[in-house]
Design a protein around this ligand. Sequence first.
Ligand code: FES
Length: 83
Amino acid sequence: MPESRLITVQVNGKAVSVPAGSMVSAAMLKAGDLCRVSVTGEPRSALCGMGICFECRAVINGVAHSRSCQVACREGMTVETQR
Ligand code: FES
């Protein structure tokens, strides 16, 4: 089995290492953090995993409402829970 190269991203200030090519939603799950909090305060995270439901929106490199299931992690990327 080929070894995957690990890259590190910052999720809500925590360093999280994931295999290169992983989606941001996976890094957020690994960190144990929510993708977003709904307007009524409910926890939300990736649901469809294919860009349709928008439940996985997060702040990625300062860009709000980014679909974290559609963005691949890059070294040094910063991700925050959308509030
Ligand atoms: S999980 Fe549905 S759009 Fe990302």
